[in-house]
Ligand binder design. Structure first.
Ligand code: A3P
Length: 321
């Protein structure tokens, strides 16, 4: 039996959910199946832009920013971000394109061909996102001249954001996911797409190996200086903003349009409807959008525990996050 078909190691996660181990990382059953399909069939095109991230680190924000940088649109009522949730503009490989959309095609077990976004202008890139770690997707990403943008976030805020996200899910309705348990699982790496630390370190290493291919940024850096990163991302993606007042204005508009305040107040992002397959409404992707919110939820001993793992995993590799 080959690796793709063999029975993986499993561990109880939260509520009635189990996680399954594949190539050193943990997945829910449905995302594991989709991940295997990605590994078997996905071929990036040379111009693709791949937004990679660990869940809850700022993916939605980056989707809005990348779309606005690559497909600039004047701010008006029909702006793509007023009509669509960022996840509708940029599909994810394993949680969207390669998943069995059972609600759509009628029954688990159905398969379908991934519907990639059609880019009419050959000069424009196709933007796709993924939570898959470089350890699993790396060879595939290296097989083409695609570019990778990776966003990460402080581990404590990432965990707290994940915990809140799961509180909105039916998974924890009958079986509470206690914060202490969540901290322990996060530290051991047993969360979807975890271990978080290995995920971050591999993409960070690739940024050092090939800075022309990988742009690595943190949620906190983006909060601190969004204009700087929008300009840098424009250069990295081959669609630079000019240095004139006009270029500055365009950057200002993008930063404003993609801000937490603007996006979270759009009707489409307030919707409580369930998108296909995904168990949570789009509104769940906008909560507080702040740095340091973990202080309001983690007890001292939990902070000490996560900080200890951060020192062991990140600081030992010279990453002082
Ligand atoms: P909080 O739960 O801390 O508020 P992801 O998109 O990777 O799932 O990450 C979700 C986190 O990013 C949530 O964090 C969410 O509120 C925050 N977020 C979403 N859109 C944002 C934006 N435009 N600016 C800043 N933060 C944003």
């Amino acid at each position: 039996m080959n690796e793709i078909n063999s029975s993986p190691q499993r561990e109880k996660w939260c509520g009635h959910e189990f996680l399954f181990k594949f190539r050193g990382f943990w997945f829910t059953q449905i995302y594991l199946e989709a991940t295997k399909r990605v590994v078997e069939t996905f071929k990036p095109l040379p111009g693709d832009v791949i937004l990679a991230s660990f869940p809850k680190t700022g993916t939605t924000w980056l989707k809005a920013l990348l779309h606005s940088i690559i497909h600039p649109s004047p701010c008006h009522a029909n702006h793509p971000l007023t009509l669509n949730h960022p996840h509708q503009l940029i599909p994810s490989l394993e949680t969207d394109l390669y998943i069995e959309k059972w609600r759509e095609v009628g029954g688990i077990g159905s398969t379908r061909t991934p519907q990639f976004p059609v880019v009419k202008d050959p000069e424009k890139a196709r933007i796709l996102s993924t939570h898959l770690p470089y350890q699993i997707l790396g060879d595939i990403l290296d097989s083409s001249d695609c570019k990778i943008v990776y966003v990460t976030r402080n581990p404590k805020d990432t965990l707290v954001s994940l915990w809140h996200f799961m509180q909105k899910s039916s998974v924890v309705e009958k079986d509470e996911w206690e914060m202490e348990v969540a901290v322990d699982q996060f530290c051991r790496g047993v969360v979807p797409f975890g271990p978080y630390y290995d995920h971050v370190l591999a993409y960070r290493q690739e940024r050092f190996n090939r800075p022309e291919k990988v742009y690595f940024l943190t949620y906190e850096e983006l909060k601190e200086n969004p204009k700087f990163h929008v300009r840098k991302l424009g250069e990295f993606l081959g669609c630079p903003f000019d240095q004139s007042e006009n270029g500055e204005e365009k950057i200002d508009e993008i930063v404003k349009m993609c801000s937490f305040e603007t996006l979270s107040s759009q009707q489409v992002n307030k919707s409580n409807e369930l998108p296909n397959v995904f168990p949570l409404p789009y509104s769940a992707f906008f909560r507080k959008g702040e740095v340091g919110d973990h202080k309001n939820y983690l007890e001292h001993k939990m902070i000490t525990k996560i900080d200890g793992v951060t020192r062991e995993k990140f600081h030992a590799c010279g990453y002082m996050y």
